[in-house]
Design a protein around this ligand. Structure first.
Ligand code: ADP
Ligand code: MG
Length: 703
């Protein structure tokens, strides 16, 4: 056994207490784990800043200057000490809240100091609170080590005396004990072609950087390594799936497909739709099981692609299923699809929680006999009782709303006799940035519809304050007078559901006052209503009987009312970007110019300002997703929490796109040449790969 697999107690100076703290707080068990706690920053005491070089982003800075003035400022409790600190380029402040009197007496005026501390900025002026101070003359007499690592910590660790100094000492001890024996994980050829430094050099310099330059190289090397092995695993998983999982072969492009394509297609497909369809056709004819993610912005026309894929299955003697996360959405899919497939002589049914037992039995029977071609439904479709005779393709809409367990149920509904899963097409209108898609779904095939149907007008988006409400209402009245319909949406956030409900009801009342009956008719839909009442209200709006739909975000997904041309989002600062984008997608579906009005209070956080500005500036879902990723980080994006792929130790999916792309390409090239990593030059890779696989166990085959 290599030293690094020893428990941390192996490290000189690691008491039992400290070891159990590390385990409890950071999950650190072995020396190797400890070594992979990378410093998240370095204290650089070799650089001095001039005051006019200071920037918001700098965390800790070191400045040489003089104090010109000291004053005590009374505040609510006690007082604070403020010193004016200058160098030849500018002025800043040093501030103390504690020990004011003692510090005041010890400070020397007009004497050069070296000050060091965390920089705060306020109204373009900078300050440091409780700086470390040293007279320049004293400072010059000492030897100064360069960058000191600062390690991640927790409150408990700090409180129990596990300080950064303790970390550093233990780390130093460990380095001495193992004497730099780090095993290389990447083959020499790769190190050379990518100009990466060795593992040993990288580990040494990440913990004890010799220079900024070597630190940067250490970062690159370790990030590459981390991303490379993730990609290697994902891509290999995909290879295994493709070689192991046979799929149904849809050999023929048959009568139904051709008949529909030639005679009944309601519009010409966009080039993007055609391309995606070609990708799907290639998959399902190949004999390999299809597991494809179809990304396409709201309104990009995913449904028709789904339908044509289903027709391919039916033409080859299979059944097809489409599952959606909500009853409203499933019903809408059912209506749209029924209209298109009934003229072809195909049978289609809807299965949701509210389908009566009698009708359910009929559906079950028709499915088992094979006389039902298409089943559309909600989660009800996943129940064990629902058995298909021969399910050839399953389409999952808004896949992020389904868990892995639910998706795996879908896999099991193929053909029992043949033991093959149906082809899977998952559709999402939540664009996932490329970098994230590569890490999250690297083992799925991805298709993208990146083009909207022609003639679609961009939704005009504006940001308005609550104080502009009268003008906004006037605008709504003008639109309604033109025959249009309007959505007014209120936030619904679980933790304060009661308050949100009150906001919604207050809003509804105020709208009822400003838009009086009988001239104006208003629908309201929210989560506390019975499904049949909800449906009734929805239908009134769909049929155009009501002018305004007041709702919570239940209407977020998929609802299609082409005549609705205005989306008003109340308290829009409380919505996330992807949610706002989804909401805006509810309008702009008809021929008229549509509008999205984002209402807010005056008080806005910086993030909220960026979100609103992004919405006003662009309607490109991918661009919006990129901003979202930057604001919230990958861990908070939909569906990423469970994946674990984004639990990165050092790489950053937002910033390290270039490294990620390289790592993926290298992994792909290596696997293309040596799928089993059995060639001698890949033995190092195989070793690490095998260890990683052992550690996390192979995930389920379901992505
Ligand atoms: P989404 O991708 O959001 O599911 P839909 O499939 O619901 O989008 O399509 C949105 C609207 O655009 C529908 O009314 C659909 O009939 C229409 N549509 C789809 N593709 C085209 C096209 N190629 N040309 C014109 N209209 C289209
Ligand atoms: Mg859709």
């Amino acid at each position: 056994m290599n030293n690094l697999q020893h428990p941390v107690s192996y490290i000189t100076g690691m008491t039992t207490n400290r070891a159990s703290l590390l385990l409890q707080e950071l999950g650190v068990r072995t020396c190797n784990d400890f070594l992979h706690l990378f410093p998240f920053r370095y204290i650089d005491k070799t650089t001095f800043y001039k005051i006019n070089q200071l920037q918001n982003s700098q965390a800790e800075v070191q400045v040489i200057g003089k104090i010109t003035q000291i004053k005590t400022v009374k505040q609510q409790r006690g007082s604070r000490l403020v010193a004016t600190f200058i160098d030849e380029t500018g002025t800043m402040e040093l501030v103390w809240f504690k020990g004011v009197k003692w510090i005041k007496d010890s400070l020397k005026i007009n004497t050069p100091y070296v000050v060091y501390g965390k920089l705060n900025s306020y109204n373009n002026s900078f300050s440091i609170a409780h700086p470390e101070m040293e007279l320049l003359t004293a400072h010059q007499k000492k030897i100064h080590s360069s960058m000191q690592p600062v390690y991640p910590s927790t409150e408990t660790l700090t409180n129990k005396g596990f300080s950064n100094k303790v970390y550093r000492t233990l780390m130093q001890n460990l380095f001495v004990q193992i004497n730099g024996r780090f095993e290389e994980t990447l083959p020499n050829s790769l190190l050379q072609s990518e100009q990466l430094i060795s593992k040993r050099e990288a580990m040494l310099n990440i913990h004890f950087p010799k220079s900024q330059e070597l630190l940067a190289k250490a970062h690159t090397r370790l990030k590459f390594e981390e991303l490379f092995f993730i990609q290697l695993q994902l891509l290999r998983k995909k290879l295994i799936r493709q070689s192991k999982f046979k799929g149904f072969v849809f050999e023929n492009v048959g009568t139904h497909f051709n008949n529909f394509y030639k005679e009944h297609l309601p519009f010409d497909l966009t080039n993007a739709q055609k391309r995606v369809l070609k990708e799907i056709r290639k998959d399902v004819a190949s004999g390999v099981h299809m597991n494809r993610l179809l990304q396409g912005d709201v309104g990009s026309g995913k449904t028709i692609v789904a339908l044509l894929s289903m027709l391919l299955a039916i033409d080859n003697g299979f059944q097809a299923a489409l599952i959606a996360p909500t009853e409203i959405l499933a019903t809408q899919h059912y209506n749209a699809l029924a209209e298109m497939v009934t003229p072809l002589g195909l049978s289609i049914s809807l299965l949701t929680g509210s389908v009566k037992a009698k009708q359910r039995r009929i559906i079950h029977q028709q499915l088992e006999e094979g006389s039902l071609h298409i089943l559309v439904g909600t989660h009800a479709l996943l129940e064990d009782k629902v058995q298909f005779q021969n399910l050839g393709i399953a389409i999952i809409d808004e896949q992020h709303r389904f868990g892995v367990a639910q998706r795996s149920k879908m896999w099991q509904k193929g053909n029992v006799a043949l033991k093959l899963p149906p082809h899977i097409l998952v559709m999402t209108a939540t664009p996932i940035p490329r970098t994230l898609a590569m890490s999250l779904y690297g083992d799925l095939d991805i298709s993208v519809i990146d083009e909207l149907p022609p003639g679609r007008k961009e939704v005009k988006t504006v940001h308005r304050y609550d104080s502009n409400r009268l003008a906004v209402f006037k605008f709504l009245k003008d639109e309604i007078a033109k025959g249009r319909q309007v959505y007014v949406v209120y936030p619904l956030i679980q933790e304060s559901a009661a308050m949100d409900y009150k906001d919604l009801m207050d809003g509804y009342e105020s709208i009822s006052r400003d838009f009086p009956q009988p001239q104006y008719q208003i629908s309201i839909v929210h989560g506390k209503m019975k499904p049949e009442d909800k449906e009734y209200e929805m239908q009134r709006f769909v049929k155009g009987e009501t002018h305004i739909m007041v709702a919570t975000t239940v209407i977020e997904v998929g609802v299609n009312v082409p005549n609705a041309s205005v989306m008003v989002v109340e308290s829009s600062e409380r919505f996330g970007l992807s949610q706002l984008h989804q909401l805006r997608g509810r309008v702009g579906r008809g021929a008229d110019q549509s509008f999205c009005i984002l209402m807010t209070d005056f008080k806005l956080s910086d993030d909220a300002k960026i979100r609103l500005k992004t919405m006003v500036d662009t309607s490109d879902g991918f661009q919006i997703a990129e901003v979202d990723l930057k604001l919230r980080g990958p861990g908070n994006l939909m569906g990423t929490q469970q994946s674990g792929v984004v639990n990165l130790k050092i790489a950053d999916l937002v910033k390290d796109t270039a490294i990620l792309t390289k790592a993926r390409n290298m992994a792909m090239a290596i696997l293309q040449d040596d799928a089993d990593l059995s060639k001698p030059e890949n033995s190092l890779l195989k070793k690490t790969y095998t260890e990683l696989q052992k550690r996390q166990g192979l995930w389920a085959n379901i992505s």
